[in-house]
Design a protein around this ligand. Structure first.
Ligand SMILES: [Zn+2]
Length: 504
């Protein structure tokens, strides 16, 4: 009498959502074996896909058959046994060599004749067809998305996957952090590790353990063209319909900095505010210097940083003395902390700004028709290029090269459009930036260990930083100066906020 081994399998992957559960398969097979009076010596179960060869339990099954422990296999359907040509072929071969004498399926009739084997091989290849078709469908879905300009994968940091519309939208909270990271790195004053720490501090972390993003991920983020509008998928570039977070100009700058930074060079880590301040007495630049003090019994060697006038102006004698870095930083932070726009004001103004901009954009859009036509021409070229490629008149490499060339041209044109739009309402962006900076300044000034971020803020809100008699002064830039009506240099905070004349 033939001994059977029952084999039950269900993949945990998406593809077999409708397949019978392993428990159900066991129950069905037991009932079937009873009815057919089959001698089942063993039940083997496995929860792996049969798309690719290399299933462990399936391997045991074959081995047991080869060793003569059983001569028959019982399974729910041929597709439980094999969904790839290697495993299917193996079963057929075992039938040919009479190691397997019989196969039983409740859902498929088989007998070991040439016709039976032929039918079985068709059942196997049908299962293979199903799998192939499935991945083809996934690919097709992806291609359609790409054609629509939607990234068919998980949205990068700064965006999220909109589940209903199946688009990629800006995640306001993380988007500003990503923007700032690009800006900071673009200045050339930050290392990749600075950006890594910056992300961590702002709460952009690894999901699984709340730790810092790996350096490789930070690096990848800073070279991801997605952020200015081009998405790379499977080695090719596509134009996205998602809203860019940064300009191509900033992106290029960041790439350049990355390239330069690849070469090792000395870092002035302790002097983050170098090149920012001039001497209030003689006008020479203020530099920083490191000194060490030795405390034999307590702290050992301790470094102190001092900011002082370089006294380089020969004709201008200067009597200024140094200021230590702790005091320097404290004064700088105090200056910036005065910029404190209440949050609800900021929100109100941003809202109003959005409204005004919308009406303005409508007016300007009419002026961009010509560039839009150029964009259409590029689109047509892209279409023709695809045809030529599909007709195999050009090879893949030249196709890709030409394609990315055209896409870059298109991005350039689109930026031009954006610029034209901006020219019509060029005060919106600075205004928005101004409000955001003004609302965030005090918070940034009060945070700890954020010198790089602080420096960026320092450059944004003020100029003419001077050091006189160990006191730091500055001129707030337009807008900031008007809001606080400091009349040039900063003394005390004013309460003119309650009366923002400049808004009109
Ligand atoms: Zn001086």
């Amino acid at each position: 009498m033939i001994k059977y081994i029952a084999y039950c399998r269900r993949s945990i992957e998406q593809e077999e959502k409708q397949a019978l559960s392993i428990e159900a398969q066991i129950a069905e097979l037991k009932e079937f074996a009873l009815k057919e009076k089959l001698d089942v010596v063993e039940f083997l179960t496995e929860s792996k896909t049969a798309k690719v060869p290399g299933r462990e339990v399936f391997g045991q099954l074959i081995k047991k058959i080869q060793q003569g422990e059983a001569q028959g296999i019982l399974a729910w359907h041929p597709d439980r046994l094999a969904r790839n040509s290697v495993d299917g072929g193996q079963i057929i071969y075992l039938l040919d060599t009479e190691k397997i004498l019989d196969l039983k399926f409740p859902t498929f009739w088989f007998d070991s004749t040439p016709q039976g084997k032929f039918m079985l091989s068709i059942a196997f290849s049908q299962s293979k067809y199903y799998v192939d078709n499935l991945s083809e469908n996934v690919k097709r879905g992806n291609r359609q998305k790409l054609r629509r300009g939607v990234y068919p994968s998980k949205a990068p940091i700064g965006y999220y996957n909109e589940p209903r519309l199946r688009t990629i939208e800006v995640d306001r909270q993380t988007a500003t952090i990503v923007q700032k990271a690009f800006e900071m790195y673009g200045t050339g004053n930050c290392s990749m590790a600075d950006i890594q720490r910056f992300f961590f501090k702002k709460g952009v972390r690894r999901k699984k353990n709340d730790k810092m993003l790996p350096m490789s991920q930070v690096q990848k983020l800073l070279s991801n063209t997605f952020y200015y509008g081009l998405m790379k998928y499977a080695g090719e570039f596509y134009e996205g319909i998602h809203k860019p977070l940064i300009s191509k100009g900033l992106f290029d700058k960041v790439q350049q900095v990355q390239k330069q930074r690849g070469k090792p060079r000395k870092q002035a880590h302790n002097f983050p505010f170098l090149g920012l301040v001039r001497c209030g007495e003689c006008g020479a630049s203020v530099t920083a210097e490191e000194h060490f003090k030795f405390y034999p019994s307590t702290r050992g060697k301790v470094a102190y940083v001092y900011y002082h006038c370089t006294k380089r102006k020969i004709r201008q004698p200067c009597s200024q003395r140094y200021l230590n870095s702790v005091e320097f930083e404290k004064q700088l932070r105090e200056l910036l902390a005065k910029i404190n726009l209440p949050k609800r004001w900021a929100e109100k103004w941003l809202e109003k700004l959005d409204q005004e901009q919308k009406t303005e954009i409508g007016r300007v859009e009419e002026n961009t028709t010509e560039i839009n036509q150029k964009v259409q021409t590029v689109d047509q070229k892209l279409g023709r290029l695809l045809d030529v490629y599909l007709n195999q008149e050009v090879d893949l490499l030249s196709y890709q090269q030409k394609k990315s060339q055209l896409l870059e041209e298109k991005v350039g044109l689109k930026e031009k459009i954006a610029e034209t739009l901006k020219n019509g309402n060029d005060w919106f962006e600075p205004m928005r930036e101004f409000i955001n900076v003004a609302a965030e300044a005090a918070k940034t000034a009060r945070a700890e260990n954020n010198n790089q971020e602080l420096k960026l803020l320092v450059q944004k809100v003020g100029s003419n930083y001077t050091l006189l008699n160990r006191q730091l002064f500055c001129q707030f830039k337009k807008g900031f100066a008007e809001v606080f009506s400091f009349g040039g240099s900063c003394g005390a905070a004013s309460d003119s906020l309650q009366n923002p004349i400049w808004w009109a």
